[in-house]
Design a protein around this ligand. Structure first.
Ligand SMILES: [Zn+2]
Length: 346
């Protein structure tokens, strides 16, 4: 199984200049190769490499620049084992002025992949002023994780995901962005002119890319949390169940906006593969009204949950996630594994 992970680079200013120079040279070389491929009607990479190498020398000897070439200057730079290495959490890469060590931002997600996989090739990518390494990693076939915890994850309208470990993902700031997109789309829909329709398509595309990005980030964090907190399984709620539950909520009924939960669930599923973490889907009733500590029905008031029996006061989504973790344990019981809910202190 191969996976590509994105790592944000943290180059110093001189580093960034050298990376930009490398990028310019690389796109120039690509252009030369493309030009030669057409001219010599040759698509063999090795032959093309030799042709390009000769081409580079000729160009240099004649003092020409590369104006006839058409590759984008800001295109990505493909690097392989000969031109880059990862050393102690930094990127060691050949630039035009020799080898440089560039710092990288490694989160739990990236580290967990680097720990278990073999690094192959990579693309050096620039987005505006940020540099990223899109790293291809070959992962060994993973057996079912021996870890016994079950992480419950509650997906919702208000907080995109809450875990039984107590983490809340995608709260206030994300909601504001969603509301802004929604308001803008509504205004454009009401307009009806040709240019408004074009802008609507543009905005919708931007919004779905934003949602996709957020889902990638959240799913990666959920899986990393499961892995690092000793969980061998993640308990999620069935999408149909989520939709029914949310339709029941009074405040949400008027809200037209729906988060792309099915996409988030798919992302969680494929990201768990690398760790052998199982995903179990549940159809629980009353997860948001039941107390996760004593099992009695409690009171839910907006984001707060209060249990009159044992007196627990908690975030309602966290409480629901803890319930999912517990129900997940019994759902997994028939497989013969001895599991326990991963539940953080109240
Ligand atoms: Zn209780």
């Amino acid at each position: 199984m191969t996976r590509t992970i994105a790592i944000r680079l943290l180059p110093t200013e001189p580093h960034a200049a050298k990376l930009a120079a490398l990028q310019a040279t690389y796109s120039a070389a690509c252009n030369a190769a493309a030009y030669l491929a057409v001219e010599h009607r040759c698509c063999n990479a090795v032959k093309l490499h030799h042709l390009a190498a000769q081409g580079l020398r000729v160009h240099r000897a004649n003092g020409r620049d590369w104006k006839l070439l058409t590759f984008r200057r800001e295109g990505s730079v493909h690097v392989d084992a000969r031109t880059f290495r990862l050393v102690d959490g930094t990127l060691s890469i050949f630039t035009k002025e020799g080898r440089e060590r560039v710092a990288m931002r490694l989160g739990a997600f990236q580290r967990s992949y680097l720990d278990c996989g073999a690094v192959r090739e990579a693309d050096l990518v620039r987005r505006r002023d940020c540099w990223y390494l899109h790293l291809m990693i070959v992962l060994p076939k993973v057996e079912r994780s021996p870890q016994t915890g079950v992480l419950g994850v509650d997906l919702g309208e208000n907080i995109v995901a809450a875990t039984s470990g107590g983490t809340l993902y995608g709260g206030g700031k994300l909601r504001n962005t969603r509301d802004r997109f929604l308001a803008f789309r509504k205004r454009l829909q009401g307009n009806g002119s040709q240019s408004a329709k074009q802008l609507l398509a543009h905005v919708s595309g931007r919004e779905s890319r934003h949602v996709r990005h957020v889902n990638h980030v959240i799913s990666a964090q959920i899986v990393a949390e499961a892995h690092t907190s000793g969980c061998g399984a993640i308990a999620l709620e069935n999408l149909k169940n989520i939709r029914t539950r949310i339709r029941m909520g009074k405040r949400m009924r008027t809200r037209l906006h729906r988060w792309a939960w099915s996409q988030l669930q798919k992302f969680v599923e494929y990201k768990t593969e690398a760790f052998g973490i199982a995903v179990v889907y549940l159809d629980p009733a009353f997860t948001s009204q039941t107390c996760s500590a004593c099992g009695e029905l409690g009171q839910r008031s907006r984001h707060r949950f209060l249990c009159n029996s044992c007196g627990i006061f908690a975030h309602s989504d966290r409480n629901a996630a803890r319930n999912l973790a517990k129900i997940g344990v019994s759902a997994l019981a028939p497989t013969g594994d001895v599991m326990r809910p991963h539940v953080a202190a109240q």
